[in-house]
Every structure is written in structure tokens, then in C-alpha cells.
Design a protein around this ligand. Structure first.
Ligand SMILES: [Zn+2]
Length: 144
């Protein structure tokens, strides 16, 4: 990060704080050349989140992967892309509070919980896909 005053490239972070409901990181930086202090705001991507699978292995959270699974459940129902993105956004804000790691089971439970409230058809579909597999874990393995 370039110094805002002398444009020197060597700046260090002296303080980091997560603000705005886990969506933004505020950093205090200090230039190592002129000692000028300045503040930067970085939007925190959910991509920073690690998913811990049942077997203990870890994988980066992948927005598009989860979106695909949700779109399948919504197929042929009346929905907009914006609606799906809002759904994901609601979930991701919640999951971000688990940062830096989240259990995959929490992801699936939260998706079901959210669908159950307002989207009965996709909920039933999601649920029946679960049931057609031997176990919930087999289904989860498909994605995470
Ligand atoms: Zn400087």
C-alpha cells in the first residue's frame, strides 16, 4: 500500500479493525519513510472464509458453488437473480462472523433454515435432494 503523502511503497499496518457488520476492515497504516499515518478501508470478501468439511479438510468458501446449488432448488419457480443474491448476501454476512473458519454443516443448516421461512418449494426440493442420498453427509460431499 502506497503512502498517501510521499508515495513510498513501504507502509505498515499499525491497527486493523473489522467494522460495518463484518463487511469492512479499517486499517491504520504508517509510512516507514515519512511516518505519515493514514486510514484505509477494505471491503472484506466472503472468499476469505475457510470451510471445514466433515472429514476435517478445508476448502475456500466459494460463492458461485453455493449459488449453483441454490439455483437448482429454485428451478422453474418464480425468482429473480437479485433475490438469490440477496439470500446469499444475508447468509454470507452471518457466516462472516465465523471468520476465518466455518463448519460446512453450519452452511447447510443455515440455507435450509432460510429457505424454510420464505421459500417452501425450494426448501422441499433441497430437503428431498438430501433424502435421495444415503445420508446428509453424502450430499454435502457433492459440494463441500
Ligand atoms: Zn510517506
Amino acid at each position: 500500500m502506497k503512502c498517501a503523502k510521499c508515495k513510498n511503497m513501504d507502509t505498515k499496518v499499525v491497527d486493523s479493525r473489522i467494522i460495518d457488520n463484518w463487511q469492512t476492515i479499517r486499517r491504520r497504516r504508517e509510512c516507514e519513510f515519512c511516518w505519515y499515518r493514514f486510514t484505509t478501508f477494505e471491503r472484506m470478501g466472503i472468499t476469505d472464509l475457510m470451510v471445514i468439511k466433515k472429514d476435517g479438510s478445508k476448502e475456500m468458501y466459494d460463492h458461485s458453488k453455493l449459488k449453483k446449488a441454490i439455483l437448482l432448488a429454485f428451478a422453474k419457480t418464480n425468482f429473480t437473480n437479485e433475490e438469490i443474491e440477496n439470500l446469499l448476501n444475508t447468509l454470507e454476512i452471518k457466516w462472516q462472523s465465523q471468520w476465518p473458519e466455518i463448519q460446512s454443516s453450519m452452511i447447510w443448516d443455515d440455507v435450509l433454515e432460510l429457505l424454510k421461512e420464505d421459500y417452501p418449494v425450494p426448501y422441499v426440493r433441497f430437503f428431498s435432494v438430501y433424502k435421495s442420498f444415503d445420508s446428509l453427509d453424502d450430499f454435502k460431499q457433492l459440494i463441500w
